[in-house]
Design a protein around this ligand. Structure first.
Ligand SMILES: N[C@@H](CCC(=O)N[C@@H](CS)C(=O)NCC(=O)O)C(=O)O
Length: 212
């Protein structure tokens, strides 16, 4: 069975929601930020980052985009990704990795700026670099939804929409302002919140309704 190392509102929310949506059995391991920071967690996730997903053979996956792709492809019958090996799956991977490789670092930059610029964690100019990067990357997603939506993968809801939802939670200066700036992204986030199977997990992360 899968083991999901999970922290409320952190990057594990996307695989958590995907597992719930697909109704795939898993062991949920709630962790505190202190447990994540403990040296022992590095045996599971080398940089001490969430999410991590324990696999049935005892090995552990890291990197949220890889985890989302693996889960959606492994349980292809659940319809959360196009059929692996098809051109549509290639486009699916492009958007998944686009978000993981661009939106996630822009969030991390803002939240952990001190690691990138020691002593400069609060510097407004440096913070703005991360914010601008996030908004520019989100703008590409917004345009994609206008041109090729209504969902990230076209007409069908998929793991991409769940992954995008996660990033809306972390928008700055607030989730509400991010939703206002990117109405089509907000519409996708609303579609995720409306999935009946996701209600309990959304409640557990405290994100059933958008934050002000
Ligand atoms: N590239 C990683 C980034 C993961 C990441 O930054 N996770 C954050 C939580 S959202 C974390 O664990 N932070 C703990 C820390 O930075 O010490 C991924 O996509 O999984």
């Amino acid at each position: 069975m899968y083991k999901l190392y999970n922290v409320k509102r952190w990057g594990s929310i996307a695989p958590h929601l995907l597992l719930e949506e697909m109704e795939v059995p898993y062991q949920n391991i709630w962790m505190t930020p202190e447990q994540v920071a403990a040296p022992t967690f590095r045996d599971i996730s080398p940089l001490g980052l969430i999410p991590a997903l324990g696999l049935a053979d005892g090995r552990t996956m890291i990197e949220s985009a890889a985890i989302m792709a693996h889960l959606a492809a492994t349980h292809a019958d659940k319809g959360m990704a196009p059929k692996p090996g098809t051109p549509d799956f290639g486009i699916f991977l492009s958007w998944l990795v686009y978000m993981g490789a661009n939106l996630y670092p822009a969030v991390d930059w803002q939240l952990t700026l001190e690691r990138f610029i020691p002593g400069g964690g609060e510097d407004p100019k440096s913070q703005k670099i991360g914010l601008d990067r996030f908004n520019n990357c989100m703008n590409v997603v917004e345009r994609h939804l206008i041109e090729d939506g209504p969902c990230m993968g076209g007409k069908d809801f998929s793991a991409l929409d769940i992954y995008l939802f996660m990033f809306t939670l972390w928008g700055k200066p607030s989730e509400a302002e991010t939703r206002q700036a990117f109405p089509n992204v907000a519409r996708v986030a609303d579609a995720v919140r409306a999935r009946p199977k996701l209600k309990a997990a959304l409640e557990a992360h405290g994100v059933l309704a958008p934050a002000a």
